[in-house]
Design a protein around this ligand. Structure first.
Ligand code: VG1
Ligand code: CO
Length: 556
């Protein structure tokens, strides 16, 4: 192929956040904006990419198809020999991770801004995943950023656009583009994790029903293929299963605020036993029972506690478990009961990859609706759903049809009876001014600097206050300033972070946790149980004073 050297000029601020580069779609559509970042990535990777195969796909959002054509030309122009791309440029994040691993690709590019809204006036994003399917670690993302500040030439292959709607291969000299079914590799990976025949017979029970909300995003084709075709659920169980470039104007974030239609179904009197939703790119999950919200921090703990017994892939036991720092300590209790190695990492999936590659972690999760296993290197929404269905199938093995079906709520209650309950809540204050949020964080750093162990905050006595720092146990790399923590003597915690996935302004995240082993309190409403400590958090941060916000945008 002929490679054109297209001159370009750097753009400011092409720095990756918690998960890739996310900006307003219009910013991404500026001349060479996307191309600059992708060229910087390829330059950062250097000669390594020559002759390699690259995976490509995205969550179907606006500008994805055009972006795919640009990336294909740059891949060819920078020496890749092949791009394997999902049909219509679609591929869920966990599926991309699975494809990289199954096909032993050099890496992959995922065009997604995940749970952020899509469309010309919303967000676009891109991220790079490396050879074991994991989000690029900071040593690579820092290098990419360095290159974006000086990029001057784009190596663009002079080839026509490729028809991405047709499966199959197209060659341009030595270079090849292969369009694949975006579900295939992922389905095969999941088949190796779960007992599909068992799930199929469980879903055939007339007294068990489910609804899966794809929120007009990428998981529609996955849910139809896996839940309906493979596992026999009725087609009507997939809600909003046609991916749309603007997610039908919605916010594809599976939480109680943005998945309100699903919430309405699950809180109605005709609700099915099980409800789930996933986000724009299919890596997040929300699990609901009948009128019951399964907190993600509890979900990963319950999956870990039941994995060996209920999921064939884990039948020889877990190698270890991990959670992000703000995620509640429910998983810690399971780890200690099962005698498992346990790790606490900063927010963002990229920190789990090393642990998994080193064989130290089988199941991990984040409070932000992220749950996963070491079958791939991304969080995995459909994995979480199948894990829960596997637990329910096991629990109901002896329950006759029409008998008292064990649901999500009962599984949670049994878990809390055994381990106690870590009440947990997250308050998000979206679209604050960056300056206000920064001043609040500075104020909190001051509080931390002055704080002494034993200090009283309301009824809580301080044990430790710091800015979380992580040293990767595998490669020794350090990540600092990962969240301001106040840990109290009874184990309760208050944590503040600024989001690293937004495209404008600042989102403040406040995480609150408090443990109880008192059987009388287990079923208490989380907001009620956490009322006093939330009050302490708002007072000590002066959040309302700094930001003018009296209420959060989203409560989890
Ligand atoms: C958020 C979540 C974090 C998650 C990240 C990417 O990051 O808090 O737990 O890993 O999104 O998820 P932040 O920096 O905004 O808090 V996704 O599904 O948007 O790729
Ligand atoms: Co996502």
């Amino acid at each position: 192929v002929i490679v054109k050297q297209v001159p370009t000029k750097p753009y400011d601020g092409q720095k990756t956040g918690t998960s890739g580069l996310r900006k307003k779609t219009k910013e991404f559509m500026q001349e060479n904006y996307l191309a600059n970042w992708v060229q910087s990535l390829f330059t950062a990777l250097g000669d390594e990419v020559k002759g390699q195969s690259l995976g490509l796909g995205g969550d179907g959002r606006y500008f994805g198809k055009e972006a795919a054509q640009i990336i294909i030309k740059l891949a060819a122009g920078n020496g890749f020999k092949r791009v394997i791309v999902g049909q219509n440029a679609l591929m869920a994040t966990p599926a991309a991770s699975a494809m990289i691993r199954r096909r032993k690709l050099y890496g992959g590019l995922i065009m997604s801004a995940s749970h952020n809204p899509g469309g010309p006036d919303a967000d676009f994003g891109i991220k790079f995943n490396y050879s074991s399917g994991e989000p690029a670690p900071e040593r690579i993302t820092d290098k990419i950023y360095g290159e974006t500040t000086k990029v001057a030439v784009l190596n663009m292959a002079d080839i026509p656009d490729v028809d991405l709607s047709k499966l199959g291969s197209t060659s341009f000299g030595e270079f090849e583009v292969v369009v694949v079914d975006p579900v295939e590799d992922y389905l095969e990976t999941l088949r190796g994790v779960f007992d599909f025949p068992l799930l199929r017979s469980f879903l055939a029970r007339p007294d068990f029903g489910l609804v899966f909300d794809s929120m007009h995003a990428v998981t529609g084709p996955y849910a139809k293929r896996i839940l309906v075709q493979e596992l026999g659920a009725p087609a009507s169980c997939v809600k909003d299963g046609e991916p749309q470039p603007d997610f039908a104007g919605g916010h594809p974030d599976p939480n109680l605020t943005y998945a309100e239609e699903l919430v309405k179904i699950m809180w109605s009197d005709e609700s099915p036993a099980f409800g789930a939703a996933s986000d724009g790119d299919g890596d997040r999950n929300m699990i609901l029972g009948r009128k019951f919200f399964m907190n993600p921090s509890d979900s990963v703990a319950i999956i870990a506690a039941n994995a060996q017994e209920c999921i064939p892939y884990f039948k020889s036991g877990l190698k270890g478990v991990a959670r992000s720092m703000p995620t509640s300590g429910a998983l810690d209790r399971v780890a200690s009961a099962l005698g498992l190695p346990f790790f606490e990492t900063p927010t963002g999936w990229k920190f789990f990859g090393n642990l998994m590659d080193a064989g130290k972690c089988s199941v991990c999760g984040e409070e932000s609706f992220g749950t996963g296993g070491d079958h791939i290197r991304e969080k995995d929404g459909i994995f979480a759903v199948l894990a829960w269905l596997s637990i329910l199938a096991a629990r109901n093995r002896e329950v006759p049809v029409g008998g008292a079906l064990v649901g999500v709520e009962q599984v949670a209650l049994e878990h809390w009876k055994k381990y106690g309950r870590n009440f947990f809540s997250r308050y998000d204050y979206e679209e604050c001014s960056s300056a206000d949020a920064g001043r609040m964080m500075d104020h909190l750093r001051g509080v931390i600097a002055a704080a002494q162990p034993g200090d009283a905050f309301g009824d809580f006595k301080l044990k430790l206050a710091d800015d979380f720092e992580y040293t990767d146990p595998i490669d020794g790399s350090k990540a600092s300033k990962q969240g301001l923590r106040f840990i109290f003597e009874d184990g309760s915690r208050i944590i503040f972070r600024l989001s690293g996935t937004g495209s404008s302004g600042a989102t403040i995240r406040l995480y609150i946790e408090q443990y109880t082993a008192d059987p009388a309190l287990l079923t208490k409403d989380a907001q009620e149980a956490l009322g006093p400590i939330i009050k302490v958090a708002l007072e000590l941060s002066k959040l309302a004073e700094f930001t003018g916000r009296t209420n959060p945008t989203v409560i989890t």
